[in-house]
Design a protein around this ligand. Sequence first.
Ligand code: ATP
Length: 327
Amino acid sequence: MNLGIDLGTANTVVCDGRHGILFDEPSVLLVRAGGRHAKILAVGQEAADLLGRTSNGFVAVRPLQDGVVTDLETARSYLRTVLHKAGRRVWSSPVRAVLGVPVASTALENRALLEAAEEAGIRPATALDGAVAGAIGCGLDPMDRRVHLVVDVGGGTAEAVAFCFGGVLAHRTTKLGGDEMTVAVARYLREQHQLHVGELEAEQLKIRSAEDQGPLVAQGRDAATGRARLATVQAAEVAEAVRPITDEIVRTLAACLDDLPPQALADVLAEGVLVFGGSSRVQGFATELERGLGLPVKLAEEPLTCVAEGAARALRNRRLLAAYGRR
Ligand SMILES: Nc1ncnc2c1ncn2[C@@H]1O[C@H](COP(=O)(O)OP(=O)(O)OP(=O)(O)O)[C@@H](O)[C@H]1O
């Protein structure tokens, strides 16, 4: 198997060079707590479906925090199960992969991810900036002599990366992303509608508000009576709730332009800024970004899968991996 893997804070996507997307599910494991004897009960969508529905003793674990591996053992078990779900049946069958990593990740953080991947049976495992992989997935060539600027806004992080002819020129990262937007929506409902909602409901409301401008219905628990009830929320209210987060993301990422020479800016002005990652779909984000950067913004056609698709393509391009690969 020759795979591109986007092991994100929120979602994991695995793409095969020949067969396309093999796995696309939330990055989460459900384990039964038990110290060293913790047992994995469900992974991916199965685990996500059980969030908030299990009794005491079950814990949801995310293999990554802010885009990086924090626990080697968890990451290894998670990757092993993901490979199995992606169709790897024979333990000894060779798997090569390129894995997307945050541009600001340290050598030590990349080492942890690659070690977990190798222990899960991926050999060789190569790390590539997720933003560069996403650009490849959208049809850009990072070996071009023109400068490209891309923005990746995921669940736990957002980054802007400018690159050209095999090298990164400038980048900015923030540990704000869709997860914080979801928290902001839940807080808004509590404060303005006296409704307590779970994480899943707040996220669904955020996503629906990006697709439907009409009134939306939120389901939760009344703050005063503790009883289940519904509330009608306008899409514009959700946009207002997430605006402080999107503003902060745009402000941080826009500083990336300060590091670009005038000729590079001219390239980006001519071509526009490519935006991907699930949170690029949040209501009003693209407009905010366009205003903050003062540059035209283009939305990727496949914002959630282009990183894995690009990573799978990069696996076949030795020159590109020699230039951008991180070991
Ligand atoms: N249609 C949509 N509208 C708004 N938000 C969305 C939409 N689809 C997904 N999201 C949000 O996008 C985020 C996940 O995006 P993505 O899968 O790109 O992140 P990730 O790669 O797992 O995270 P990271 O890049 O931070 O490691 C979640 O917060 C999710 O709520």
